[in-house]
Design a protein around this ligand. Structure first.
Ligand SMILES: O=C(O)CCC(=O)C(=O)O
Length: 386
């Protein structure tokens, strides 16, 4: 009897050791990212990526395609700025920033070759071996180059189905030597693209200041402003109903200029529903970030968005996040604070944002909520939480 007990205990201990070992191996694989899992031929979504049921996307499959509620965002055509329709363009821009927090911009002046070559070199980067990509892995949020997976792979309890390459683009001359040296033309293609998006950002900010009635002297604050490029790669996922490419989040800067390839996946929250943004060939999707909502004293909205994945196609998107220099404290423009519209948010800086994202869980990455002033006007002190 005793011998049998010992044998079955040994067996159970042996089995649990195997399980722990398997989990440890699985964990190490997940840290290598989803492109690695896809290349290894994964046929089911591992448990680590499965969202709790209420947080899963509701994707309805119709044969080979997926059907979701789609939204046509307002299209801002920059070529009309030099015509009698200028005032209409500004009005449309202002409405889009208030109602959707998102718009698409066409005739933006960035040559299509620059855009196509950036997408193409990004695909080649993610097509390199894991060992080559892994050279740029870093958990330092301030590193000039960071390759990684999920949203925050150190903290996320549930991983998301995304790998990324983050490139700090400011100041370009100092960060350039840290960027990946392969593919051999990555630096050259990325510089051209980064210069293009910086100019477009400056043009859009000039229009936004005008639409808000804020002095254009503020534009100078963006000359040496922060500029981060995030190249996202979402490989096909065997069970896209169980996970997300990116969890609901808002962006921290003033504006994000997003280039999505022809594969849809971006969803924004509109009237309490998740709606898919239809890709418009050659257009940039532009969204208001938390800093602009704070600067506009809540007039322009920074909206939660997320990314769906699909089982058939790889998707690439490139987000360019722009703001003031990282050491700047962001508060509302004086023109936009009044008796009838008191200050809506605490002033904020980059350090506060880093602290927030390093501490927050997967669920709702909404930095802005944490900066909201909810106290009465008499209690409110400059830059202090109530
Ligand atoms: O891939 C997308 O469409 C959106 C990416 C995004 O939200 C981000 O990089 O913050």
């Amino acid at each position: 009897m005793g011998a049998i007990d010992i044998t079955s205990r040994d067996k159970m201990e042996g089995e649990s050791k195997v399980k722990i070992e398997e989990e440890r191996r699985g964990e190490a694989e997940y840290m290598k990212g989803v492109r690695h899992l896809y290349d290894a031929g994964v046929t089911k979504v591992p448990g680590r990526y499965i969202l709790p049921a209420p947080e899963r996307p509701h994707i309805v499959s119709c044969g080979d395609t997926t059907s979701t509620h789609n939204l046509k965002l307002p299209i801002i055509d920059l070529s009309l700025l030099h015509t009698p329709k200028r005032a209409m363009v500004l009005e449309a821009l202002s409405l889009a920033c208030k109602e959707f927090g998102f718009f698409q911009v066409v005739n933006h002046g960035i040559p299509s070759e620059v855009v196509q070559e950036m997408v193409e070199v990004s695909k080649r980067f993610f097509g390199m071996s894991y060992e080559e990509r892994a050279k740029y892995m870093s958990s330092d949020l301030r590193s000039p180059v960071r390759y990684g997976t999920s949203f925050n792979q150190i903290r996320d309890r549930v991983f998301c189905w995304r790998d990324f390459l983050k490139l700090n683009c400011q100041p370009l001359e100092s960060v350039l030597p840290f960027w990946p040296s392969s593919p051999a033309d990555l630096r050259e293609k990325t510089i051209a693209y980064a210069n293009g998006t910086k100019s477009l950002f400056m043009e859009l900010m000039s229009l936004i200041l005008e639409s808000l009635g804020v002095d254009k002297k503020f534009l100078a604050e963006f000359d040496d402003g922060s500029h981060l490029m995030v190249v996202n790669c979402y490989p096909p996922c065997p069970e896209p109903n169980l996970t997300l490419g990116m969890p609901p989040h808002s962006d921290y800067g003033f504006l994000t200029l997003l280039l999505q390839d022809e594969v849809e996946g971006l969803q924004v929250q509109y009237k309490d529903q998740w709606v898919t943004i239809e890709p418009v060939p050659g257009a940039f999707v532009v969204n208001i970030g938390d800093h602009l909502e704070i600067f506009s004293n809540g007039i322009y909205k920074s909206i939660l968005h997320r990314v769906l994945v699909n089982s058939l196609q790889n998707r690439i998107s490139i987000a360019s996040l722009h703001s003031m220099p990282v050491e700047k404290v962001i508060g509302p423009a004086t023109e936009l604070v009044s008796e009838s519209r008191p200050k809506q948010f605490m002033d904020t800086d980059f350090a506060a944002f880093l602290e927030y994202i390093s501490s927050t869980e997967f669920k709702k990455k909404n930095f802005l909520e944490s900066r909201k002033l909810t106290c009465t006007r008499d209690q409110r002190t400059e830059g202090q939480p109530c």
